[in-house]
Design a protein around this ligand. Structure first.
Ligand SMILES: [Zn+2]
Length: 317
């Protein structure tokens, strides 16, 4: 079923006003603003990484790729979900927001619809991949439109980094989702992940690995290419509320930090990919289709993933 956590920020605000009313009745001077409002004045940078497979209504390549007959409409829905997260973060006190277009060609979001004080990370390749531009000055990170991992038996369009080439991506011996990989990258910079939206498989995988967090299930996966989905309008409303609550309570979430050095294992669909990558002296071939690379930190691991995913001798210019 489609589950959603109650907005505790609203409950807290309601409680605050009841307390203020009781204090006023007792003849005591009240403070000028509720805690949430006074917190809003401090600088707070929020990072929002937006993928597309987990957006409400997305089920096939018809919505996910330029040329798909529904792509143009679904870029708009993806943009609307991103804006809902931006507005929720701002309502919770964010003073600066960076949105990363982290799907496909990295050129999906309709940037003219974004609030003018938001900055947008676009296209590839880039250091940090789906988290490019994140640094320790950010207070929290949010994931919108995320999907399950390639090793998950459930999940709409489940994959990790590359559906075309990778069958498993693991960190320190455990298969990860893109969300866990990105959370580890953020965690190494001291930034906690406070929110995720996507299908039920994506949300369940992430909360199982990273612990409970504010989340919005946009659809129930019925298979790789099928789901029972919220409408775009309903998803937008829930993402706004979830983002507001998540950013309001960001102190409750700790950065997700992996032990270093970090072992990265990647299994390729094709045999020769594993063979040729293992020519690098820094790479060990762990089985016929898999390689292992040990990075000193998450930044090095992420750079290695980006290299594997993008290098092609025919690339130009
Ligand atoms: Zn994607």
């Amino acid at each position: 079923m489609l589950a959603y956590r109650m907005n505790t920020a609203d409950k807290r605000r309601r409680l605050w006003f009841v307390v203020c009313a009781l204090i006023a009745a007792a003849g005591i001077t009240m403070p000028a603003a509720a805690p949430a409002e006074s917190k809003a004045k401090a600088a707070l940078k929020i990072y929002i990484s937006v993928d597309m497979e987990g957006v409400a209504g997305v089920v096939t390549a018809d919505q996910l790729t330029p040329g798909g007959f529904e792509y143009e409409r679904f870029r708009r829905f993806m943009t609307d979900e991103a804006i809902a997260a931006v507005q929720g973060a701002k309502a919770a006190g964010a003073t600066e927001v960076v949105v990363s277009d982290s799907h496909g060609n990295g050129e999906n979001l309709l940037i003219e619809l974004m609030p003018k004080d938001v900055r947008i990370v676009r296209s590839w390749p880039r250091h940090g991949e789906m988290m490019a531009g994140l640094d320790p000055s950010f207070g929290a990170a949010l994931f919108v439109g995320y999907h399950a991992s390639t090793t998950s038996p459930n999940g709409v369009r489940a994959h990790t980094i590359s559906s075309a080439h990778f069958t498993r991506v693991a960190l320190n011996g455990t298969a990860v989702t893109e969300a866990e990989l990105n959370a580890a990258f953020a965690g190494a910079l001291g930034v906690p992940v406070v929110f995720i939206s996507g299908d039920d498989a994506a949300v369940n995988e992430v909360t199982m690995r990273l612990g409970g967090m504010e989340s919005v299930i946009t659809k129930k996966s019925l298979g790789f290419h099928s789901a029972e989905s919220l409408t775009p309008a309903a998803a937008v409303e829930k993402i706004y509320q979830g983002s507001l609550a998540a950013v309001s309570h960001r102190e409750q979430r700790k950065p997700y930090v992996l032990q270093t050095p970090i072992s990265l294992e990647i299994s390729f669909k094709s045999y020769t990919s594993a063979e040729i990558v293992s020519y690098l002296r820094s790479v060990e071939r762990s089985d016929a289709h898999s390689i292992r690379f040990v990075g000193k930190d998450m930044a090095e691991v992420m750079d290695f993933i980006v290299f594997l995913n993008y290098y092609n001798p025919e690339m130009a210019p």
